[in-house]
Design a protein around this ligand. Sequence first.
Ligand SMILES: [Zn+2]
Length: 286
Amino acid sequence: MGLSAQKLQLKPSALGGCRMKKCGKKIPFLPRPIAFFGLALLPALLVAGESGWNTRWTSHFLIHQENTRSAKWIGAEMEKIFRCLRKELWTLSSWMDTEKVEVYLYKDRNSYLEGRFKPPAWSGGIVYNCGRRGAQWSLAVYEPFCPRTVAHELTHLYFASFFKRAPARIPLWLNEGLAEMMVEETAGRVKSSYRPHVNEPLPAAVFLKLKKIPDPDSVQDFYSQAHSVVRFLKKANSPFKFEKFCRQLRDGEDVERALFSAYGFGSAEQFEKTWKKWAAPSGSGK
Ligand SMILES: [Zn+2]
């Protein structure tokens, strides 16, 4: 079976803006977007080209490593990331406790691009869903292993599973904002008083409806605002409200109606006023 059964492919606009910070270097924006594809018959077995790989089992992952000399700590690092993600995502992805995600860790970017997933050249990782129980979800990334990238992309994976039947209903800001929030959470440096700095936020009525990032120069502003809005919705309110909000979106409500239903905000402007009050700098950071 080829790779044509793309049941879960998100809109390109919802993928193209994904960027990740490069590990270990102060390069603020290294685009490392991820692609989502659904495969009808993706076997949960290694194919011939991966027969020499190392495979490690952890509690929640089946990790295939092309570089057989890769450090063993990667499994422990994946579980550390998982434990942090679970705190925030379990109610949306309860299967995460019982089913393992298959992780394909290519030795480098070239090998990843030439691998069996045939990822788009622009992607920094790719998520597959084969639609069957057991090993339903796969994540392919490449070395050097970057915890920030894995946390970001795994968040997309678990969150997409909640919207499984309707991935196009995930607003861009919600998808990227949640992933960015989890990157910070897994880094372990976040205090409850933390407020992401947002430089010149867009009006909520515009921001909440964005299908793509307005222009390359506004990438940082978009991600900061998305992170702040999601952190406000998820951490400054009951988690049940966030779950209800997501369920409403999944069931076809538009963002403003879902905000009203879950949080009681009567309009985008009312939401914006409350969010800005919460987001205002108070002198405390991470
Ligand atoms: Zn992303």
